[in-house]
Design a protein around this ligand. Structure first.
Ligand code: GLA
Length: 348
């Protein structure tokens, strides 16, 4: 957490002239490895990507007035209005949530734009939450901003997500992926070597709301009842779990944490074959032990992994559809978005 960042935020808010136009910009993220480990304090390795939510706005005295370029509706609310929100807009729920979590929000009028596909598992909602918080006058460090975004997600969607998406978006450094310890919130920036490319391909639409995501969170809690925190448990502990399904959920989480560490080491050592192998193992475990993949995803991953020049591929994010991610040789001929690692969200 940088102190200078905190000062910068403070100065920005205190001296923000009313007459000019501002832009709050937050990237999306793709997770290279480490899924369904964050909400039990495990390891994850996402990277912020060059696809963004941006909010262009000017300051207003008393109200928040926002429209979205890609979604219907206008959000308008007086800052003094503390009643229960009833916007009826899907995206408006995020504005309500973020607004309610900022101590002294500032009024604004603006437009939300996004180059991130919505509902594709690239954290369009976390990106929106962070951009909104910056625009509405949030003050604090990267971790507080991420925690606010996570809380807003819980409030807006009731999906009990972990901290991965928001903390990656608020603390990313260009050219690197973020190895995050979700128990301590420590972030280690792992450079993405120049001699590999990361490709993301959309497979099928998905929504975590109403999915079995919350059930997986509960199953992990149940596993912890028998083995203690999954983030420090080891494979020999899983035999203490009587229920076979809960046992396989724990098997995924414990083995995935080990894969994240091994992947970070392999990537740093330039051992891309090993890194690719770990991605394939991660996918298999998410599909078989954690049951969060879908048949189209399994087929797409198998097909991509068999393409020349691809070291490995896997589903990415919460699952139940969405995107897959692949680690490839720079010249590999693969369809999809070649994603570049970018830096953290900012107010411009
Ligand atoms: C979603 C959640 C994250 C994380 C992933 C799965 O993206 O928002 O917190 O749990 O799913 O790794």
């Amino acid at each position: 957490m940088s102190f200078s960042w905190l000062i910068e935020m403070y100065c920005q808010k205190t001296f923000m002239p009313k007459s000019r136009t501002y832009r709050a910009v937050a990237p999306g993220r793709v997770n290279l490895i480490g899924d369904h480990t964050d909400y039990t304090g495990g390891l994850v390795l996402p990277m912020a990507i060059k696809m963004f939510t941006s909010i262009e706005f000017s300051l207003q005295e008393n109200y928040v007035d926002l429209r979205s370029e890609s979604e219907d509706g206008i959000y308008r609310r007086a800052l003094s209005d503390r009643s229960d929100p009833e916007t009826g807009l899907l995206w408006g729920r995020y504005v309500d949530a973020v607004l309610s979590l900022i101590e002294e929000p500032q009024g604004l009028t603006g437009v939300i734009r996004s180059t991130l596909p919505i509902g594709a598992g690239l954290s369009s909602s976390a990106s929106l939450e962070v951009a909104l918080a910056l625009a509405l006058g949030f003050q604090g460090d990267e971790l507080s901003l991420a925690l606010l975004g996570q809380r807003a997600e819980h409030m807006a969607t009731q999906v009990p997500c972990g901290i991965m998406d928001q903390l990656c978006i608020t603390s990313a450094v260009a050219g690197t992926a973020s190895l995050i310890n979700c128990s301590t919130y420590e972030v280690t920036h792992i450079p993405i070597p120049d001699d590999v490319k990361v490709v993301v391909r959309f497979v099928t639409a998905r929504q975590l709301e109403g999915s079995a995501y919350a059930q997986r969170v509960d199953e992990c809690r149940l596993a912890e009842h028998f083995v203690g925190p999954l983030s420090v448990a080891d494979m020999s502990d899983v035999t203490k779990i009587p229920d076979a399904i809960v046992r396989s959920r724990a098997t995924h989480v414990i083995s995935e944490n080990a894969r994240v560490s091994a992947f970070a080491t392999a990537l740093s050592a330039g051992d891309f074959s090993q890194a690719g192998e770990l991605m394939l193992e991660s996918h298999k475990s998410l599909a078989e032990n954690f049951a969060v993949s879908v048949p189209e995803m399994d087929q797409a991953v198998a097909q991509l992994a068999a393409t020349p020049g691809v070291y490995g591929a896997r589903m990415t994010g919460g699952g139940f559809g969405g995107c897959m991610v692949a680690l490839c040789e720079p010249n590999a001929q693969v369809e999809g978005w070649v994603v570049e690692p970018v830096g953290a969200a900012s107010l411009q």
